[in-house]
Design a protein around this ligand. Sequence first.
Ligand code: HEM
Ligand code: HEM
Length: 456
Amino acid sequence: MARQGLPRTPGAAPAQPPAPVQENEQPQQAAEPVAATSAPAASGGVRRGLPRPGATQAAAGQAPAQQAASAAAEQAEQPAEPVSAPLAAASGRRGLPRPGAASTPAAAESAPAAPIAPAPEQAQVPAAPQPAAAKTQAQPAAKPSAAPAKPAPSAPGALAKLWATARGKTLLLAVGLLVLLGAAVLAARWLVSLDSVQSFLARYPGETHLPEGAPVGLPAWMGWQHFFNIFLMVLIIRSGWQVRTQRRPPASWTAKFGKNPKKISINLWFHQFLDILWLVNGAVFVILLLTTGQWMRVVPTSGEVFPNALSAALQYLSLDWPTENGWVNYNSLQVLAYFATIFLAAPLAAITGFRMSGAWPTSAEKLSRAYPIEVARAIHLPVMFYFVAFIVVHVALVFSTGALRNLNHMYAAQDAVNWTGFWIFFASLLVIVGGWFAARPILLAPLASLFGKVGR
Ligand code: HEM
Ligand code: HEM
């Protein structure tokens, strides 16, 4: 995974965020100023999988188009050198303003036009006084003379500028989240020191009693199901993201069956191919959960799960983590998270995905009107974000609450502290990485052609 967030060393460039659509587009637009300024805003949008019925844009799809529009507008304002300025700005540092930098009166006077945090829009303001070349050009000369009159941006102004860029937004959100988390930890530590909260924690220790006859331990089938799920999930998230972001998919696919088969991108074909395997795996998992009694560990069986989940959350937040006993019983926060993932998020991904897929019976007009495709599209993507958030927190907790023991539970079906589970987990990671690299057009095309026609 690429590192994100603030630079570790002062002055080091922040890591690239995971290539959001807009980011990918910026350099391209900078390199093609003419096209960017003359093209209508919609042309900057990203192709997103299946052809849209009518010309409806998904709600989520409007943001990139607007960004493209504003980028085009910005470039239209560029009097000269439209290429080099945005490029220079794009390669510049984009982190938070350094303490003291450019905010002191002296700095403001001596470098009136120098932006605090270079951002693409700021390319409009000519950078610090340029050597001869800039002076000989009549057009840009007009601007620098006007620029010194501008006061240096105030702190809120600089923040607003930072917020205006995708990278700045990510950075500010990350910093804000960290601050919030710090405040929540302090608040939780204060709360648990209160007598009333102490007695609440004693009454609700963070987990509920399991029903009579609940099984103890995790069987081997669970390990296999869990592994297949991760393997497929990684590729599903990746192919879904490609459907969303790739403008020119490497190949197309058309079904051999059906009356009027639609041509779709090979990414979307792969996404749906994986979805079928994932649904089969999920169905087997749920059947096994129900028939072996394992469901009792992941389905809340009493209302007490809620105060207990609150108790567990307080314990996590106050950094006095609840005792881990996943072999016998999950804590209530785990129960709620696993339940939501298996029984809410997964079905939601499936029913919204089905609505957008070629398998949806479009001839059922009433049904289609009652459940518009836009609704499905607006839900599908947030569900993916839920999965990603769940996985990040889940894996972080697996590793920070007794990694070897937890990995033994899931990967070696035993409650012991040794390296067996870890090595099985490690081998499973190699398989996942292998799958990731194998899932490229050159190998996907022959597979896809077994089920339909692959073309350009
Ligand atoms: C590298 C990735 C992952 C690792 C290392 C991992 C590890 C584990 C471990 C060790 C447990 C047992 C917890 C315990 O004994 O306390 C567990 C349970 C579980 N994990 Fe994961 N997990 C991963 C990814 C995922 C993903 C992608 C999902 C679903 C989207 C998932 C869903 C679950 C569920 C639903 C359970 C509860 C299973 C049950 O008892 O019925 N995990 N995981
Ligand atoms: C049975 C399950 C699923 C089916 C049938 C399905 C189907 C689809 C279809 C047809 C599209 C194309 C939508 C379009 O034309 O714009 C799509 C997009 C996508 N899918 Fe799925 N999907 C499923 C599960 C998942 C899961 C589990 C994830 C991630 C956790 C996921 C992530 C995505 C993403 C990120 C997109 C792009 C969404 C966008 O452009 O806004 N899908 N899916």
